[in-house]
Design a protein around this ligand. Structure first.
Ligand code: GLY
Ligand code: MN
Length: 463
């Protein structure tokens, strides 16, 4: 948690940016996994955390811009709560810590909002992503769950994004802490992932570091020899000679900021010749993307630069043909790189994805594409000071995608399907690093660098 003044400053700016009405914040609740009292790990809503800092279940808050009033709604613990979960500060005490002086019982929220609505005040709410919030919003405002996304306040969303997209020094320090824990997770995997070791063993070892050092994970770990499956959350394989191991894992630090790194390396001592070619091609695409990063330059340019470099390499081995830049712009590259180059990162690993990538990652007036490949580019906008984002190009041979495109004769001017047949079992690889945009250029986050070059990988495997 940061100092009280941080939260006061953020709320003051939010009031100015939205201008009028009531801003409604729903904090997250405990959610039962298989029965009510056996709960998932509690995670507070990130916008609630950003503006109110209170890391407790069962809260809501209102900023009444018109009346210049801030109220936290919640209930003090009953003796039963205390007996089972231990005690907590009172709601009043918790709220004072973040500079809010008015508190009311949670049950008073509905009345507060209906009185505001009767006075003609607009009630702004953010798009909900949890089922219980959808029901709660329906009870509070009478908006049906299926209509809530469309009825959410775009002004509120844009004002939240405008602040959260720019990380200040204290946020950067927290993110760097999360990145450092994440790097340690990856270094453990480089040492551990060997023939005969199970994916589950590597996943458990890297997750232990996150639990020991921070809050835990910033997203479910990907630890796999089937790296072509982008979000592969199964850990069912035992590692074998000749495979590529892919780890995509990150920690959430105690302030709840995320780290997000990926690594790919041989299970054997060394890459095969084919693997070495693709790995180095991927490193070249990574560098092409990083070379493009600059203030005011759209991140889409970095994505295209990475894609064009991949196409160039694929031409060298006969898998693609034609002009590399055209193949990148057309979307043909997506046969090997079907996702985006990166995403914003902060309190959420994909920061504010719940508020809409259109607002977070795209400039006003530029619509996110719906084309396969480009539709997964979460960040495209010109880079501004304080943006924190990932760079994570990858090269994937996804047999089902190759077969589908082949059958549909997609991009036959750029893709040599007959040549790709021989590569379909390659699997996939990526690296991922985290950056902050500064006025002097993109700065790599983390005080210890994750291995990237083949020499660095081999050294880390034997460390
Ligand atoms: N680290 C998971 C992702 O970026 O999608
Ligand atoms: Mn990522």
């Amino acid at each position: 948690m940061f100092a009280k003044e941080t939260y006061i400053r953020r709320r003051e700016r939010l009031k100015k940016d939205v201008g009028t009405g009531i801003l409604l914040f729903l904090g997250n609740n405990e959610v039962g996994m298989n029965y009510e009292d056996n709960t998932y790990h509690f995670r507070q809503d990130s916008s609630f955390l950003y503006f109110f800092g209170l890391d407790y279940a069962g809260l809501a808050a209102v900023i009444d811009i018109d009346e210049d009033r801030e109220v936290v709604f919640g209930n003090d613990l009953t003796i039963d709560d205390i007996v089972w979960q231990g005690t907590q500060p009172t709601l009043k005490e918790k709220s004072e810590v973040v500079g809010v002086h008015s508190t009311l019982p949670l049950g008073d929220l509905a009345g507060y909002l209906s009185r505001a609505a009767a006075k003609g005040q607009r009630i702004h709410f953010l798009p909900p992503y949890r089922g219980d919030h959808k029901i709660w919003l329906n009870e509070l405002l009478g908006v049906k769950p299926q209509e809530q996304k469309a009825a959410a306040s775009v002004d509120f969303v844009k004002a939240v994004v405008a602040q959260r997209n720019h990380k200040d020094a204290e946020e950067l320090a927290a993110i760097e802490k999360a990145v450092d824990i994440s790097t340690r997770m990856h270094l453990e995997a480089y040492r551990l992932a060997k023939p005969g070791v199970r994916e589950a063993t590597v996943a458990a070892a890297v997750e232990r570091i996150a639990s020991d050092e921070g809050i835990g994970l910033s997203f479910p770990t990907i630890a796999t020899v089937q790296g072509q499956i982008l979000h592969n959350h199964g850990y069912v394989h035992t590692l074998e000679e000749g495979q590529i191991f892919l780890l995509d894992a990150g920690a959430e630090c105690s302030e709840h900021y995320a780290g997000d790194l990926s690594s790919a390396f041989p299970v054997s001592e060394k890459f095969t010749e084919r693997q070495e070619f693709i790995y180095n091609l991927h490193l070249a695409s990574f560098q092409a993307a990083v070379d493009t990063l600059a203030l005011g330059v759209p991140f889409r340019n970095a994505h295209i630069a990475a894609a064009a470099k991949i196409v160039e390499g694929m031409k060298e081995i006969g898998l693609m043909k034609g002009n590399a830049q055209d193949a990148a712009e057309s979307g043909a590259y997506a046969i090997f790189f079907p996702c985006g180059l990166g995403h914003m990162m902060g309190l959420d690993v994909h920061d504010m994805e719940n508020l809409g990538e259109q607002y977070v990652g795209y400039p006003e007036g530029v619509a996110k594409s719906t084309q396969f490949g480009f539709k997964s580019l979460r960040l495209a906008r010109p880079l501004e000071e304080g943006f924190v984002f990932t760079v994570e190009p990858g090269i994937y041979f996804m047999p089902e995608l190759i077969d589908k495109w082949h059958a549909e004769k997609k991009f036959t001017e750029f893709i040599n399907y007959d040549k790709i047949e021989d590569w379909k079992g390659f699997t996939g690889l990526r690296n991922e690093l985290d950056y902050v945009m500064t006025k002097d250029g993109a700065r790599l986050l983390g005080t210890v660098k994750k291995p990237m070059s083949i020499e660095e990988i081999y050294a880390a495997k034997n460390a």
